[in-house]
Write a protein that binds this ligand. Structure first.
Ligand code: ATR
Length: 295
């Protein structure tokens, strides 16, 4: 209720990240500096909710004057069902990470992970996703599916999906096939391909790609191995790891040692956050404040 949410002497809670668990979420450290820098009288809080609690929580937050909320694991699908309107990115992926509490019953759902990735790649490497042949390692996971879906929506030249287990990849590839119906590439392979992580052909397949993106959870621990062999990483590659803590995973260190251009997932964190903020507060530019808040 109001009293617990807004203890005396604090700014009113008007934004949140909902997850389960949610204690580890970096979102408050991203959004609060932006709210403060833009002189918006609002606090961004964490809410740990059980599955099934979202619709009631959204209604209550609306009543309490919240502007909107971020939604993270495991609620991104449930959030989508609770929304009355969806942006194309959320609709294509089937998951919502940003909600804007609109007028009346309106709950507007967005997904900023994919669009944030496009901005991050442009910032890091000065290229557009649509011009690239892209390999996504870990494409069966939540993050991988978001980025793969966006690359497909952008009409990228080629999309190579790689995952340890193939079941989720097959489902994803079936969903993405309609984006790749046009002519075969002017080069080897189909426009949409899937491979197992341990395929012996991976170095050769990777060699035909421009951008390699690491989206598995491997690398979060210092002892984690890289998900694909170092021989996949070549000097002509742009190599992006969605992990940003640590700043250099084994995968990125291998890529750097092999002469590739590398970047970590901090830019994705910043851009997906900035896009959420821009949905809540149209016309603002929170990115610089978010970046400063992180450094
Ligand atoms: P989600 O993102 O959906 O919550 P996750 O369990 O965190 O899922 O896994 C994210 C990605 O990391 C998946 O692609 C997963 O591969 P599987 O789909 O085969 O499970 C990948 N992943 C996690 N641990 C891995 C490991 N030890 N080796 C290879 N891939 C791994």
């Amino acid at each position: 209720d109001q009293a617990t949410l807004n203890p005396e002497g604090t700014k009113p809670a008007k934004l949140a990240v909902i997850g389960h668990p949610v204690a580890h979420s970096q979102s408050p450290q991203l959004h609060q500096p932006a709210l403060d820098a833009l002189d918006i009288d609002a606090r961004y809080i964490r809410l740990d909710l059980e599955p099934g609690e979202l619709p009631a929580a959204f209604a209550k937050m609306k009543e309490l004057g919240f502007v909107g909320t971020n939604v993270t694991v495991p609620h991104k699908f449930e959030a989508l069902s609770a929304c009355t309107d969806l942006d194309p990115a959320a609709e294509a992926l089937g998951a919502v990470n940003t909600v804007l509490f609109g007028d009346g019953e309106d709950l507007l759902g967005f997904n900023t992970d994919g669009p944030g990735f496009v901005r991050a790649i442009r910032e890091e490497f000065s290229v557009d996703v649509r011009d690239l042949r892209i390999m996504i390692v870990g494409a069966g996971g939540g993050a991988g599916q978001a980025l793969a879906t966006q690359c497909a929506r952008e009409g990228c030249e080629q999309l190579v999906l790689v995952n340890r287990s193939l079941e989720k990849l097959e489902t994803l590839a079936t969903r993405l096939e309609p984006y790749f119906e046009s002519e075969k590439l002017n080069g080897p392979g189909e426009r949409l391909e899937i491979y197992a992580l341990d395929s012996p052909h991976l170095p050769e397949i990777a060699g035909h790609c421009d951008l390699l993106v690491q989206t598995t959870s491997l690398g979060l621990k210092a002892t984690d191995p890289a998900p694909i062999p170092s021989s996949c990483l070549q000097p002509h590659h742009l190599v992006y790891d969605t992990i940003y803590q640590p700043a250099r995973t084994k995968f990125l260190r291998n890529a750097e040692a092999n002469g590739a251009r590398i970047a970590n997932g901090l830019s994705l964190l910043l851009h997906q956050g900035a896009l959420s903020f821009e949905y809540w507060f149209p016309g603002t530019s929170p990115l610089d404040a978010m970046r400063k808040g992180r450094s």
